[in-house]
Design a protein around this ligand. Structure first.
Ligand code: CUA
Length: 337
């Protein structure tokens, strides 16, 4: 005989399911126009499914326990045609039509004057983000996307190697990034906040780690931020950061990474021009701190297995300290003009 799950198992399950509803990454906690429509449609389908399930259970119960007359009615060919063919055909068509109508804003990618364009390329295993800068020049970043609140943002989505999928559940639907193809997605955040995104297509080893953050900020703050991000990197002000910069250039970091305004111009890895202003390193695997930068430089294969960056274990602690100081100093603030 099978035993019913114990209360403990049920409670643990509920807690686990409950934790899925965290606000930063949840279809059911919409923070934008498109995600609100999706959440609405999801609840509508859930409600409709509940009604159908109730009808089916009632029909089964009547077919077993009902009076001979009702059982006779249910057994008629007409009942099968009405409930089994006509009802699903009509209701599913209505639901599909309503869904397409509701989602029409997702399909409308006509260029509006206030739309913001951001290109995101999925790579094994990080996100290459390119903004159209204040004066139209491309501004490269990685693993963190900033958007203005209340303005439609058009994402141009590409893949560099294998199929990835761009998904920010609290802001909208998911779109596959397929090598050789360009997809577009429009999202409009309605409230400021940090929304978590995740690659939603298995793309190799650290796929599950391939996350990112979307920082939705008031439009004026966004404009000011983009203005700052367009500028080249700051020149290191402290002695230790200057040593870090020399090391950065001498160790060959610039072969893969760009720091605009220096000779480092590699494009294989993330652009580090303003890395000090980002919130995390290693595709949102670690918060950006001095310790984590050192960890990533020396032990990156444990943090993001299979990534292209070799581990620089030859560097001595003082050198790592200088490198981290330099990278953390790479942020343009208003005070520096
Ligand atoms: Cu990229 Cu999964």
């Amino acid at each position: 005989m099978r035993r019913a799950p114990s209360l403990g198992v049920v409670l643990a399950g509920s807690v686990l399911l409950g934790s899925c509803g965290s606000d930063v990454q949840s279809v059911l906690a919409p923070g934008g126009i498109q995600s609100r429509q999706i959440a609405y449609l999801a609840w509508l389908l859930f409600g409709f499914g509940a009604v159908v399930l109730t009808i089916v259970i009632a029909a089964v119960w009547l077919a077993i326990r009902g009076s001979p007359r009702i059982r006779g009615l249910l057994a008629q060919e007409n009942a099968v045609i009405a409930l089994g063919i006509a009802f699903p055909a009509v209701t599913l068509t209505l639901l599909l039509g309503y869904g397409v109508w509701l989602m029409r804003s997702h399909l409308d990618l006509s260029h509006t004057r206030d739309a913001v364009d951001i290109e995101v390329v999925g790579e094994q295993w990080w996100w290459r983000v390119t903004y159209s800068g204040a004066d139209g020049t491309p501004v490269a970043s990685a693993n963190e996307i900033r958007i203005p609140v209340g303005m439609p943002v058009t994402f141009t989505l590409k893949a560099a190697d294998v199929i990835h999928s761009f998904w920010v559940p609290s802001l909208g639907g998911k779109v596959d990034m397929i090598p050789g193809r360009t997809a577009r997605l429009r999202l409009t955040a309605e409230r400021p906040g940090i929304y978590r995104g995740q690659c939603a297509e298995y793309c190799g080893g650290p796929h599950a780690l391939m996350a990112f953050e979307v920082v939705a900020m008031p439009a004026a703050d966004y404009a000011a931020w983009l203005q700052r991000a367009t500028r080249p990197a700051t020149t290191p002000a402290s002695e230790i950061a200057r040593r870090g910069q020399s090391l950065f250039l001498a160790t060959g970091c610039g072969a893969c990474h760009t720091v605009r305004g220096t000779s480092a111009a590699g494009t294989l890895g993330p652009d580090l021009t303003h890395i000090g202003a980002r919130r995390s390193i290693g595709i949102d695997t670690l918060p950006l701190t001095r310790e984590n930068l050192v960890r990533f430089i020396t032990d990156g294969q444990h943090i993001k297995p299979g990534n292209l960056m070799p581990e620089f274990r030859v560097l001595q602690p003082p050198e790592l300290e200088a490198l981290a100081s330099y990278l953390l100093s790479l942020k343009v603030t208003d005070r520096h003009g």
